[in-house]
Design a protein around this ligand. Sequence first.
Ligand SMILES: *Cc1c(COP(=O)(O)O)cnc(C)c1O
Length: 232
Amino acid sequence: MQEIKNNIIAISRDISDICIKKGKAPDSITIIAVTKTVDTDRINYAIKCGIRNIGENKVQEIMAKYEKIEENVNWHLIGHLQTNKVKYIIDKVALIHSVDSIGLAEEISKRAEKAGLVKDVLVQVNVAQEETKFGIEYDDTDSFVERLSGFSGIRVKGLMTIAPYYDDAELARPVFRQLKEKFDMLAAAGIPNVNMKYLSMGMTNDYKVAIEEGSNMVRIGTGIFGARNYDL
Ligand SMILES: *Cc1c(COP(=O)(O)O)cnc(C)c1O
């Protein structure tokens, strides 16, 4: 358990260092502790150590853990979301990072309206065009975001990407830079119902590079909880 605390302290310090170098406020970066496959005792311990945002990639895991987790945290759905599972998490998650189809956006909007909510979402972009990854194509981002602006039960809050895994995180830098460019362009476009606030990019292996390139939301699993076996 102590190791979780040390990891959180070390990561926070690294983030502060980068922010100071870049002239940004350290608290402008949101750390999402990715808790997939982590048991609820360990998650609650991380929360005690200051974690306020937790990310899961599976609806079933959110359902299984939801009641056992301290209440003062924001849940993030960071993995692929099937349309037929939206109804289970609509009132549980603060932010859905993985909107990548109009059908999914439509379902989220419908369920949110039914629950009297407006759901914050990010658009997942497959910047590197990896076949194994979800997300819309980079060149479709503008038209996709514009279509989403028409759904009254959702509010687009930014973009998300998963960079390809490289041993040398420097190689992911162009991917992050490209998405930041799109993010800034869309922010400047002033599309109604679209508020480009969060740029969710960077994981254990590459979060430092991602922050240097403008990420303000990093999703860190292994770096906090140690190595685990899982599929993305
Ligand atoms: C698992 C996962 C992460 C965290 O990965 P680590 O390398 O363990 O930090 C981040 N984002 C998504 C979408 C994930 O599924």
